[in-house]
Design a protein. Sequence first.
Length: 258
Amino acid sequence: AAARLAAEQEVENLSGLSPNPEKDIFVVRENRTTCLMAEFAAKFIVPYDVWASNYVDLITEQADIPLSRGAEMKGKCGTNESELELSWQEQAYTLKLFFLKEGHNTSRGPEAFWRLSRIHFTYDTSERTYFKDAVSPGKHTASSHRLSALVTPAGKSYECQAQQTISLISSDHQKSVQLLLSEVRLQPFDIPADFVFSEEHKCPVDQREQLEETLPLILGLILGLVIVITLGIYHVHLKLTASQVQIPRDRSQYKHMG
């Protein structure tokens, strides 16, 4: 049964297809059908301790760890729960994303949505590419607590070009690890066709930026329309005024009348 399941499930790292070298693309397929797609750029900001120059005090340095394009991946799709697991630098770093679909009652009736419900990030401070002279090097795990991120109506994909920051708490003396996500397009449930996202649900930041971009254009069009209408009314008024008989104000001009 395990062999059959492995044969029916496919995972693909399609990051090489992205023109942005910092953006990764991952696809999970089950029974020859796409069930999870994820596109995003990700970076972790991880604080760690090093010895000060006096070798007595500790100071905190910061490692900036990007998600590698060559990441190995695993995935699992379900009706209400899905997972995506990525690892790179020979398993020194592992990112696990957990998605949950659920429903609730509103004034409009029952509604379903999905969200990013948990994050686990494992990192090894003995890895020397990003960690230099870490004190007590070893593996640590940074996790989210009661996370509700990327909330999206069921049947839609999530899209957000703006950078988002998610804080994780590390097992390394409760340090705060920051996950920076940007250029996100993600759908862990209800994909309509192979390699095809559903209609996008834009994040609030993107919606606000789009409004800020279009609002000046809309106001400009309204102002232009008001000017055109005003000029048109003025032109009509001039024509009507010119067509009326002008009564002379100087009484001497009435001599020829009678």
